[in-house]
Design a protein around this ligand. Structure first.
Ligand code: NAD
Length: 256
């Protein structure tokens, strides 16, 4: 993939950084975008081959700057990974409008803005977009009125873009991660939530950043050339199951 260029938002740490590293391993040029300058500087010092841009993807002017600086640097955009996200959990009655807007501004407006701004460059390369949703966008749960709604909207946004950009050879897909022990998750996953995930995930564990990166980079790459408009849950089986796993495990343990 020499010469190909990927933009990864929210790339200072977590799933975004693992995705950027995998692109680099496969020979892509990578643009790391994040608004956390301290974490981004730290990541960028160890990755001198990457272009690091400190900016906020919920601001239209900064998004335009992201595109123009990327084109100045690489001359092309082959993949956009809309990974930057924020999680704020709380009961419906304590989710005020300010919290709702903070979540929507990054998780939904940001993806719209970055995708819009990259569309023309992606048409030139017949490139692709991978949006990062969540299992919270596939199945409702408590405390996630803003987060879950923003992530469900990302799935629909993915399909809208796939429908319109297919004619230009641009593919648009979505990855819905299950629980991964990143800074974002650990800020909102109480012990109760951690236990509940273990109960509800057939593989009975959290995923790793690298496991997410493998799926994201596959969908972004020409290896997925006939896949568009899809949502891939990378979640240890969470989305495919219903009740019963703890009882099954207890029965297995009793037999062992
Ligand atoms: N970790 C999980 O369990 C999990 C589960 C489902 C979905 N996700 C999604 O995966 C994505 C990555 O999450 P993570 O767990 O690696 O989180 P993380 O907090 O480790 O990384 C997210 C990065 O995005 C950056 N960011 C946030 N808002 C931004 C903005 N407006 N502009 C620029 N940068 C911004 C943050 O500074 C941070 O570096 C998010 O979209 C998240 O919602 C994570």
């Amino acid at each position: 993939m020499n010469g190909h260029c990927a933009i990864v938002t929210g790339a200072a740490r977590g799933i975004g950084l693992a995705t950027a590293d995998l692109f680099h391993e496969l020979g892509w040029r990578v643009v790391l975008v994040d608004r956390d300058s301290e974490e981004l500087d730290f990541a960028a010092t160890q990755r001198p081959e990457a272009l690091a841009l400190t900016l906020d993807i919920s601001d239209p002017e900064q998004v335009d700057e992201m595109v123009s600086r990327t084109l100045d640097w690489a001359g092309r955009i082959d993949a956009l990974v809309n990974n930057a996200g924020v999680a704020e959990f709380g009961p419906i009655e304590s989710c005020d409008f300010a919290m709702w807007r903070r979540v929507m501004a990054t998780n939904l407006d940001g993806i719209f803005l970055c995708s819009q701004a990259c569309t023309s460059a992606l048409k030139e390369t017949q490139g692709s977009i991978v949006n990062i949703s969540s299992i919270s966008g596939l199945r409702a749960s408590t405390l996630r009125v803003a987060y879950g709604t923003s992530k469900a909207a990302v799935i629909q946004l993915t399909k809208q873009y796939a429908a319109e950009l297919g004619d230009f050879g641009v593919r648009v897909n979505c990855v819905a991660p299950g629980p991964v022990r990143t800074k974002l998750a650990m800020a909102v996953h109480t012990q109760e939530i951690i236990d509940a995930y273990h109960d509800a995930v057939p593989l009975n564990r959290y995923g790793t950043e690298r496991e997410l990166a493998e799926a994201i980079v596959f969908l972004a790459s020409p290896n997925a050339s006939y896949i568009t408009g899809q949502v891939l849950a990378v979640d240890g089986g969470f989305d495919s199951t219903g009740v019963g796993l703890p009882a099954l495990r207890a029965a297995h343990a009793a037999r062992a």
